[in-house]
Ligand binder design. Structure first.
Ligand SMILES: NC(=O)c1ccc[n+]([C@@H]2O[C@H](COP(=O)([O-])OP(=O)(O)OC[C@H]3O[C@@H](n4cnc5c(N)ncnc54)[C@H](OP(=O)(O)O)[C@@H]3O)[C@@H](O)[C@H]2O)c1
Length: 301
């Protein structure tokens, strides 16, 4: 099985390089090798490699910047994705793609199901929603994994920012009225590999089970509780922080004005994925504890 991984240097892409490597031949490309704003180059690249599986972990993810660069975001998150889907159809390949809780407006009071109506609040969310729809419309075999609140040791993300602040500041204010499930890039990559492995042995499964799935850790938390948990874990490891977990304070999302609007409810119901592929997705705390351990062992904290 030849797999073409696009976006190898992102949080999820980095972990996919590891997780997909035992499945067969893996060609991993970053922005230097394939620029998703160059649609002709995207098409040529897929035709040159002729993969059986295309995994697209690249995306325009700068949510606020997308409001002032909508054309760039659209090229990467919608037009390039449409081209990849068309090429997957042409080669009869499987297209694996990632999407986001930002396709929803966050007004639902419970976790979102895969078939709930989308209603994005931002340019980023709209371009990701349109990318999803382009894949479905193309008719290619596909798996779309929607995820949320992604983090990894490598990257720019919320937990790294919180721990940096805890080393420098006297108090931390964190939004308490937005909920979600922090999901590690390694979990996303491992689940992707598991699903692809099942598909290699049972192609009929991909045929029947293709579609959209919510891939997040289990459980729920707010940004505030998440920050408190992170600081608490670092305290347990005797990291000399300026802030302790009782110096993390809740604030309303309305006190933080961001350029792009964000959903207050980012909860994605992951039961369909678990049932279809025989998986148990751990509670969000499991991988967050591990994340802090990794930072400590690598002396990054
Ligand atoms: N991060 C989150 O909290 C989150 C939440 C929900 C869903 N998701 C989705 O999960 C997927 C993976 O996200 P992530 O957190 O791994 O993102 P990330 O760390 O921002 O990585 C995105 C990758 O895409 C690459 N990229 C951007 N524009 C490109 C272009 N024009 N051509 C080629 N490559 C380009 C970036 O390259 P450079 O390294 O050169 O910039 C980067 O390596 C995405 O589909 C994202 O929408 C993420």
């Amino acid at each position: 099985m030849k797999t073409l991984l696009i976006g190898k240097d992102g949080q999820v892409g980095w972990e996919l390089q590891r997780a997909l490597s035992p499945l067969g031949e893996l060609v991993s490309l970053g922005r230097q090798q394939i620029d998703l704003t160059d649609i002709d180059a995207v098409r040529d690249c897929v035709r040159a490699h002729r993969p059986k599986v295309i995994v697209n972990a690249a995306a325009y993810t700068a949510v606020d910047k997308a409001e002032t660069e909508p054309e760039q975001a659209r090229l990467v998150n919608d037009h390039a994705v449409k081209t990849l889907a068309e090429e997957a159809l042409r080669l009869e390949s499987l297209f694996v793609h990632y999407s986001t809780d930002y396709v929803f407006d966050g007004n639902k009071t419970t976790a979102y199901q895969e078939d709930d109506e989308t209603s994005p609040l931002s340019v980023y969310g709209r371009t990701k929603r349109d990318g999803e729809n382009a894949i479905r419309k193309s008719g290619c075999k596909h798996l779309i994994f929607r995820t949320s609140w992604v983090y990894s040791v490598y990257g720019t993300n919320f937990p790294l920012a919180i721990l940096r602040r805890a080393l420098e500041r006297d108090r931390i204010d964190v939004v308490s009225d937005s909920v979600g499930a922090p999901t590690s890039a390694s979990l996303i990559a491992d689940v992707t590999a598991h699903v692809l492995y099942r598909s290699v042995w049972d192609p009929a499964l991909t045929k029947s089970a293709g579609g959209t799935y919510h891939l997040t850790a289990s459980g729920e938390t707010s940004w505030y509780e998440y920050a408190k948990f992170l600081v608490g874990q670092a305290e347990k490891k005797k990291i000399p922080l300026k802030v302790t977990s009782n110096m993390v304070f809740p604030v309303s999302a309305d006190t933080y004005k961001t350029v792009a609007k964000r959903p207050k409810n980012s909860l994605l119901d992951n039961r369909k994925l678990c049932a279809q592929f025989g998986l148990v997705l751990p509670g969000w705390e499991t991988h967050v504890e591990r994340f802090v351990d990794e930072l400590v062992w690598a002396k990054l904290l």
